[in-house]
Design a protein. Structure first.
Length: 645
C-alpha cells in the first residue's frame, strides 16, 4: 500500500516545495487609470497611469501593445506627485528610456526600482483603431492585453470626438474576466476592481459615423442591425456564463467527493480488512507454499527475469532437480563475483513435466546426453572488462535476446497454467474504469471551454489536444503513468480558460482521479490467493525484522523454508539463524542446502543477468535492492506582456 501512495506523496511534496520556493522579489499593480480618446480621423490616443508597488529590485516596467496596429508613438514618464491624468503638462516631465521588442510586442521602460511605490505614465497613439462604416462608427479594442499578473482598481474613460445624444452610442464589454460599464454620458466609463491576468478589458463601441468625419469610409458592407443583434446575443450568453461555470463548479465538487469515496473504499474495503484479520490462519500455508507461487502472488500476477530463481527452487522443492555448489567460471573470477556458483541438474523425462516447467528447463538448461544442467554463471552477461574491451559484444547481445525470449515464453506458460491462472487474472473492470475517467476528463475540458465562451480556435485546440491525448492514454490503459499524465495535461488545458470558478474543483477531480488510478487493482485475486499473499508478505516482514524461530521446524522443513527465503531475498538472515541450531555450516546434521553459499550467488546472478539491449523488467521488491530575468537588458526572455522586469 505504501508503494501505491508513494508517487502521490511525492507529487504533493513537489507542489508544496514549488509553492514555498517563490521568487524573493515581487510587485503589485495597485491602480490603473486610463483616458482614451477616439479622434475624428479614427486614431486612438491613450494616456495611462499605472501605480506599482515593488518589493525587491527591478530594472523597469513594460507595456504590451499588439503589433497588428501601427503605433505612431509611445512615451513613458514618471508621474508627478499627487497628480492624476489631465492635471499636469508633459512639457515639465522627463521621458524615460523606451525600447520596443517586436517579437514580444512589448515596450520596455528602463527605470530601476526597489522596495517602494512608483507611478508611471504611458501615452501612445494607435493609427486607425476605429472603423467608419456607412451608417455607424465602430471601435473594438482590448485596452489591457497580456498582463503578467492581476491589475487592481482599473478605471477607463473613453472619449469620443464630439458630443453624442443618449442612446446613440452602444457600448459592450467583451471581457470574460469581469468588470462593468458604469456610465455613458460625457464618456464611456469602465471599472474593474480586480482585472485578472487572463482579462483584457476589451470593449466594443457603436457610435454615429459623423464622429469620424476625417476618416475615410470602409468599403466593406456591414449591416448595423445584424451586428448589433449578434453583439446583444453574445452579451446574453456572457450573462449566463457565470451561472454555467458555477453550476459546473458544484457538479465537479460532487464528482470529486464521489471519486474520493471510491478511492477510500478501495483502500479500506471490507474484503481487505477481512483478509487482514484472517492472515494468521494462512501462516503455515505461506511457509509451505511453492516459491514461484509466492513470488507470483507478491507481484500480483507478474514475473521478472530475476524470478528464474523462484522457478528453479520450485523445481528443487518438488524433487525434480538437484543442486550443487561448484567453482565459478574463470571469466568472472576477476570481477566482484563470488568464488562459487550453483549448478542445477535435471535427469528425468522432460516430456513428463508440465508446460511451464518444460519451458523453464528449455530456457535455462543445456542438454548434455540424457541430463539437463544449468549453471548460474552462464546467465551472467558481459563483465565490465569485456564491455570496455568490446570483446564478444555481439555474442552476449544475441545470447541476451534469446534469454529474453525464453523468459517471455516461460512467463506466458506460468500465467496460463493452474493454479496460477485461477489465483490471479486480469481485472477487466479496471480497463473500463480508466477509460471512463479519460472520457469524463475530455468531456469536462470541452464543456468548460464551451461554458467559458472561449474563442473558436481555443475551443477546438483544447478539444482536439485533449481528445488525441485521451485516445492514446486509453490505448495505454494498462500503464498507470499514461492516465496520470493525461489527467495532469487536462489540468494544464483547463487552467487556460478565463473563468476561475471551476479551476479548484477540477483540480480536485484530477487529483482524486490520479489517486483512484493508483488504487485500482490491475488484477483480480481469488480469496485463497489473497489470504496467502497477505500471509507471505507477513512472513517476509518477520524475516526482515529478524523474527525467525528455527527450533520449531523439522529438518526437511528447514530446507524448504530456506529455499523460500532465498526467493524472497532473506536467505542470508534465515541461513544465519539456522546455523545457530546446527552449530556451523556443513554440519552432518544439517540439510545439504544449508552448507551452500546460496544467497550471494543468486543475488550476483540476478544483478548481472544477460541483457537483450532493451529496457527489461528486472526491478524487484526485495529489501536487498511570469517573472523576468534580473538582467538589465530590456529584451529579456520573459515573453513580453504588461508588468515589470
Amino acid at each position: 500500500m505504501r508503494r501505491k501512495l508513494l508517487p502521490l506523496f511525492l507529487v504533493i511534496c513537489l507542489a508544496a516545495i514549488m509553492t514555498g520556493c517563490s521568487e524573493s522579489r515581487s510587485y503589485t499593480i495597485d491602480q490603473v487609470d486610463i483616458n482614451a480618446y477616439v479622434e475624428d480621423n479614427g486614431d486612438l490616443y491613450v494616456e495611462e497611469l499605472f501605480t506599482y508597488t515593488f518589493q525587491g529590485e527591478f530594472n523597469g516596467v513594460k507595456r504590451f501593445l499588439p503589433e497588428d496596429k501601427t503605433h505612431l508613438f509611445f512615451e513613458a514618464y514618471l508621474a508627478p506627485e499627487g497628480k492624476g491624468l489631465g492635471t499636469f503638462s508633459y512639457d515639465s516631465l522627463e521621458q524615460l528610456p523606451v525600447e520596443y521588442d517586436e517579437e514580444n510586442e512589448t515596450y520596455y521602460i528602463a527605470n530601476r526600482e526597489q522596495d517602494r511605490t512608483q507611478r508611471f505614465i504611458y501615452r501612445y497613439r494607435i493609427e486607425s483603431a476605429a472603423v467608419r462604416h456607412a451608417d455607424y462608427g465602430e471601435l473594438k479594442w482590448a485596452f489591457l492585453e497580456r498582463n503578467d499578473q492581476k491589475l487592481n482598481q482599473v478605471h477607463l474613460n473613453i472619449f469620443l470626438s464630439g458630443a453624442f445624444a443618449p442612446g446613440s452610442v452602444q457600448a459592450f464589454l467583451r471581457d470574460r474576466s469581469g468588470g462593468r460599464i458604469i456610465g455613458m454620458d460625457k464618456s464611456i466609463r469602465y471599472h474593474n476592481e480586480v482585472l485578472s491576468e487572463n482579462g483584457d478589458a476589451e470593449i466594443r463601441l457603436f457610435f454615429p459615423s459623423r464622429l469620424l468625419a476625417q476618416m475615410p469610409q470602409d468599403e466593406a458592407k456591414v449591416n448595423y442591425s445584424k451586428e448589433l443583434e449578434a453583439e446583444q446575443s453574445y452579451q446574453l450568453k456572457l450573462g449566463e456564463r457565470m451561472n454555467r461555470l458555477e453550476l459546473a463548479d458544484d457538479v465537479l465538487d460532487h464528482i470529486a467527493i464521489a471519486l474520493f469515496a471510491a478511492a477510500v473504499l478501495l483502500l479500506l474495503s471490507p474484503l481487505t480488512i477481512l483478509v487482514w484479520l484472517q492472515r494468521g490462519k494462512y501462516k503455515q500455508a505461506a511457509e509451505q507454499s511453492d516459491p514461484l507461487m509466492a513470488a507470483y502472488l507478491l507481484r500480483k500476477g507478474r514475473l521478472l527475469k530475476r524470478d528464474f530463481a523462484a522457478g528453479l527452487f520450485s523445481l528443487h522443492r518438488r524433487g525434480l532437480i538437484t543442486v550443487q555448489e561448484i567453482e565459478m567460471n574463470e571469466r568472472l573470477l576477476h570481477s566482484n563475483a563470488p568464488d562459487t556458483t550453483l549448478k542445477f541438474a535435471f535427469t528425468g523425462d522432460i516430456e513428463s513435466l508440465h508446460e511451464a516447467d518444460q519451458r523453464l528447463v528449455r530456457w535455462l538448461f543445456t542438454r548434455r546426453g540424457k541430463s539437463w544442467t544449468c549453471r548460474l554463471d552462464n546467465l551472467v552477461g558481459a563483465t565490465k572488462e569485456e564491455r570496455i574491451g568490446g570483446r564478444r559484444q555481439a555474442y552476449y547481445i544475441n545470447k541476451g535476446r534469446r534469454f529474453h525470449k525464453g523468459f517471455e515464453q516461460w512467463e506466458e506458460a506460468v500465467t496460463e497454467s493452474a493454479p496460477f491462472n485461477s489465483s490471479i487474472w486480469p481485472n477487466k473492470g479496471r480497463k473500463w474504469a480508466v477509460i471512463g475517467l479519460i472520457i469524463f476528463h475530455w468531456l469536462a475540458v470541452t464543456l468548460l471551454y464551451k461554458f467559458d465562451l472561449a474563442s473558436a480556435f481555443a475551443f477546438w485546440a483544447a478539444t482536439l489536444a485533449a481528445g488525441v491525448c485521451g485516445i492514446f492514454a486509453a490505448f495505454k490503459h494498462r500503464k498507470k503513468k499514461y492516465a496520470i499524465i493525461y489527467f495532469l495535461l487536462c489540468c494544464v488545458i483547463e487552467s487556460q480558460i478565463v473563468g476561475e470558478v471551476p479551476s479548484g474543483s477540477y483540480g480536485l477531480v484530477a487529483l482524486t482521479s490520479i489517486l483512484l488510478v493508483f488504487l485500482l487493482p490491475q488484477f483480480s485475486i481469488s480469496w485463497e490467493a489473497r489470504c496467502l499473499r497477505v500471509a507471505v508478505a507477513g512472513q517476509r516482514r518477520a524475516w526482515h525484522r529478524n523474527r525467525i524461530n528455527a527450533d520449531r521446524y523439522e529438518t526437511e522443513q528447514l530446507a524448504e523454508l530456506l529455499g523460500h527465503a532465498f526467493v524472497l531475498g532473506y536467505g542470508a538472515k534465515v541461513q544465519q539463524k539456522l546455523y545457530v541450531r546446527y552449530g556451523q555450516a556443513g554440519s552432518e546434521a544439517a540439510p545439504d542446502s544449508l552448507s551452500l553459499n546460496v544467497e550471494p550467488i543468486i543475488m550476483y546472478t540476478q544483478r548481472h543477468l544477460l541483457s537483450s539491449g532493451r529496457k527489461a523488467r528486472t526491478g524487484d521488491y526485495y529489501s536487498s535492492g511570469t517573472s523576468a530575468s534580473s538582467s538589465s537588458s530590456s529584451s529579456s526572455s520573459d515573453g513580453g506582456g504588461t508588468g515589470a522586469y
